[in-house]
Design a protein around this ligand. Structure first.
Ligand SMILES: Nc1nc2c(ncn2[C@@H]2O[C@H](COP(=O)(O)OP(=O)(O)OP(=O)(O)O)[C@@H](O)[C@H]2O)c(=O)[nH]1
Ligand SMILES: [Mg+2]
Length: 364
């Protein structure tokens, strides 16, 4: 049998979480839940009528979690548990560890996208679409010419990057030489000590990630191992290669340079590897040690900061938001908000689907 598990509440921590569990066979779904769930009144799950709510416990080896279980349909249930990440993960794991074909449903309906929105600002765009932006164009398709429709779809697709990052954070690599102050910069941006800072080069070995919100937009900052040619040991070398690939694949990059030492050969190599014009700024760090002398012009945007004094960080974040999000579209702009919609628009432009199929995608 196939078991589908979907989280109906937003990802991350909350007061409560709701998981929707469904499958093809009513008895198999209820028997599966009954392996872990025991109702306080001992009612057996398979006999439960729909819309009946049961309070009980979800038990796994050594752990017991208070939950509420509701039967929504013959083979569809809801499990409501505490909203902490551990409780949700435990219940999910029970259902996905079973010796049956079970998976989490991937959906890009507007409701599901709304649940994935990490900030209020990004949610506003999804809500605007949910209130009818997509359907407006679907209704217009009968009244405008094909040329006009093609222009509108092309305009919509030009916002693909922006739309993707309404639910997915912009990734930002923090790279540079060992000891340049990359981890200090990460900590200064997020406001707490996420990454270890130490006066010895080679402190950060693995990639350290931290989520943050800048101006209402979601970002994932990626602190990496200092890049140097002769890394001390195998673990450090591995860290360097992770740093290089993180630097190459992120949406934007910050190259941190120690202002007391100036640009090093490895910095120049990293700069020349940024061939695709992706947003990249040189962050001249440790300005508290060199005064306010302007940095040399190397042809890339430059920001002077002192990570330990937290000066210049606001300017850096302003640059980052402008270089990634840029000027955000108005809330009235139709965006390729879901993969389904973006794919359908492109397929219509490529004449692979007809107007009827495009309309269906717009109305989804
Ligand atoms: N004076 C001064 N010292 C700084 C500044 N930023 C970092 N440092 C110091 O520089 C040293 C290295 O800082 P880290 O943040 O660990 O440097 P890193 O680039 O992450 O180093 P690796 O992880 O080894 O690659 C520490 O002693 C920091 O306190 C700064 O703005 N001013
Ligand atoms: Mg570090």
């Amino acid at each position: 049998m196939t078991l589908l598990v979907r989280q109906l509440t937003a990802s991350g921590r909350g007061a409560v979480a709701v998981l929707n569990v469904s499958g093809s066979s009513p008895s198999e779904v209820s028997n599966t839940l009954a392996r872990y769930f025991t109702a306080v009144n001992r009612l057996p799950l398979p006999d439960l009528p729909t819309h009946r709510i049961l309070y009980g416990t979800w038990e796994t080896e050594g752990t017991r979690e208070d939950v509420i279980v509701v039967r929504n349909g013959a083979a569809e249930w809801e499990v409501c548990c505490h909203g902490g990440v551990a409780a949700i993960d435990r219940i999910r794991q029970c259902l996905t560890d079973l010796d049956i074909q079970s998976h989490e449903e991937q959906s890009d309906s507007l409701d599901d996208l709304l649940l994935q929105c990490p900030t209020v600002r990004t949610a506003e765009y999804i809500l605007a679409h949910r209130r009818g932006l997509n359907t407006e164009l679907a209704e217009l398709t009968d009244r405008i010419s094909t040329d006009e429709l093609r222009l509108r779809l092309q305009r919509m697709l030009s916002f693909r990057r922006f739309a993707t990052h309404l639910v997915k954070p912009w990734t930002v690599a923090i790279a540079g030489c060992p000891n340049a102050g990359k981890s200090s910069l990460l900590n200064a941006i997020i406001g707490y000590d996420r990454s270890i800072v130490f006066a010895q080069p080679g402190t950060t070995r693995d990639r350290v990630e931290a989520s943050t919100v800048i101006d209402g937009w979601p970002y994932l900052l990626l602190d990496t191992a200092g890049v140097r040619d002769a890394a001390d040991d195998q673990i450090e070398s591995k860290g360097v290669s992770i740093a290089e690939s993180t630097f190459a694949s992120s949406d934007a990059a910050l190259l941190v340079v120690d202002s007391t030492l100036g640009l090093q050969d490895v910095d120049s190599e990293l700069l020349s590897s940024n061939a695709d014009g992706r947003p990249l700024a040189i962050v001249w760090n440790k300005t508290d040690l060199v005064g306010s002398k302007p940095p040399p012009d190397i042809g890339f945007p430059a920001v002077q900061v002192s990570a330990t004094q937290k000066s210049g960080v606001a300017d850096l974040l302003e640059w980052l938001a402008a270089a990634t999000v840029g000027t955000p579209p108005p809330l009235t702009e139709l965006l390729p908000i879901s993969d389904t919609l973006a794919r359908a628009a492109q397929q219509f432009l490529d004449q692979q689907i007809d107007l009827g199929q495009l309309k269906t995608a717009l109305l989804t």
